[in-house]
Design a protein around this ligand. Sequence first.
Ligand code: IVH
Length: 672
Amino acid sequence: MKKGKAAVRIAQLIEQLNEHNHRYYVEDAPIISDAAYDRLLRKLTDLEAGFPDLTAIDSPTSRVGAPPLSSFEQFTHPSAMLSLQNAFSEQELREFDERLHKSLGHSEPIDYMAEPKLDGVALELVYQAGKLIVAATRGDGTTGENVTHNARTIGSVPLALSKPPGFVVPDKIVVRGEVVILKEDFIKLNEQQLATGERSFANPRNAAAGSLRQLDSRITAHRPLSAFIYAPGLPIAGIESQNQFLSIMSKLGFLTNSLSRLCHGVDQVLDVYNELTEQRFELPYEVDGLVVKADSFEIQKRLGEISRSPRWAIAYKLPAVQETTLVNDIIVQVGRTGALTPVALLEPVGIGGVEVSRATLHNQDEIDRKDIRIGDSVLIQRAGDVIPEIVEVVKEARQGNPARFHLPNRCPECNSVVHKEEGQAVHRCTNMNCPAQLQARIRHFASRTAMDIDGLGDKLVGQMVESKLIKDVADLYSLDHKSLSNLERMADKSATNLLEALGQSKQRSLRRFIFALGIRHVGEHIAGLLAKRLGSLETISEATREQYEQIDGIGPEVAASLVTFFSQTVNQQVIKRLTRTGVKPPSVELSDLDSRQALSGKTIVLTGTLASMDRRQAKQRIQDSGGRISAAVSKKTDLVVAGDKAGSKLAKAQKLGVKVIGEDEFVRLING
Ligand code: IVH
């Protein structure tokens, strides 16, 4: 190809790819498949390889990362990156509002923008002639680190700005925002970290911060970061308010927070705050407050700043998800792989509306690192659906010198020898037939996100294992009314219900079935990849190590674990017996995978309570049917499922003309 022609083709490809990227990462509404995107990207990569001097600054080929740096360059911000004052109560928020009224010398209600305060790391982006030229961290507020190579890998950071009608994009634009990892992505990321033998992250914020400060941007490219833009770094000609800023930024191609609201007066801000408090644990990202900003830029300028915080804004914090309490005891649980997990029994304490009385201590290394002892006062934290964790020990409150805690040398359940492999953090019971392991395997198999067998609780499984009624998961399906009725406290009705639940579970999806098998390193995410890429139980169980490794997201350790699992005769036999009793996960058709599902590609919002399932179940069922869940109703919502006591989301849906269905119709849909 001639150079002139290549230049034209390159420009076209860049524009197309950047547009598709925007649809995928910002609008969450892609119109081409991943494979088609990759084909376009491949064409561009090839052309750039042939004509290296034609590589453009906004080329999406930079999204995969660049060779590592030896250190970060410093970047001086065009204006200081300030921090925010906090308000911890309604009264403090009202005092802020009163201060503003006083300074401005008027009494009519002030217009505020109320925006969720995302808990991530701040990032500044500089665009020249519509192209991203620099990205920098906050640093000390005056000078930060130049992390341009990393920011380029973030899908929601535009490499080139769109040109919306009616707005002339200034030659230079500086914007700021928060880089976060969505909760769902965080769980997947940690699953992958563990699967590839890397350290897991303590929380999404740490993971985001660590990812943004990588010298090797190829690592950053594999971290699921999102950047939400919330403030200009320099005044932008033609933009006069925060509300206008957010709406223009969204038109330029940035991701902005759709929950931001313009409020007329402080009372409306309080309404938004109350709504946020209710929604917080359902939101896709972690939120630690509501940022309240005087909307008018002219007012902002008049109010100015004080001690490195703007006078015109405040962060109204949400109730703490951290509390201090006492460690009453430490017990040891034996998991399905024989892993010994120490668990702290806590003096019960309420956090974010839920009573917490246990926290996982992970393993001996973690206990040693945090130096946690029985009787200690500890700071615990709850983040979203994640199991509560001990953040740190309040050392000043320690009484005397209590003994350090050590995991036992013998399994607390079967007294077999406990072994710790070199280089691994986990202690394991060495007895394959340890009743505690068996019990945990069966509980996992029956759990909600796996085979979802209602009524098979801890106590019941314990009894079944103890009385030798079952010795593996396949035995569950040979249970009958008579054998169940012999169990202690098993009412006739419960036995019937359990048998019915077992019957229903036979039709679970392939993804759930693979996850339910409890293969080491195979969580819900990896199970999903296997189902999607290999299509049937037969192909999955017969694949070679190489075939597993060819799947994007599956590394050598997971592949090895799969091979080991499926090559063991015991496992083969259990699967054979399961299939014989009618547990036959349907194959996934490999072509046209997603579009066959009832809710394929649809964005769904749940509101109110459903009678037949709880939120987690509903969410899982929606995902199983190809849909995705969103916390808030917007024009992009396809469907709102309204249960009992549906509130403001229902009203919003009606206002926007979004389709609303009730529980019955929803159940019909997901059952196909
Ligand atoms: S405005 C001068 N808006 O909170 C304005 N900040 O201390 C300062 N943050 O590190 C920032 N969401 O990274 C603003 N919607 C939002 C925000 C937000 C999160 C972070 C920001 C900063 C911290 C404020």
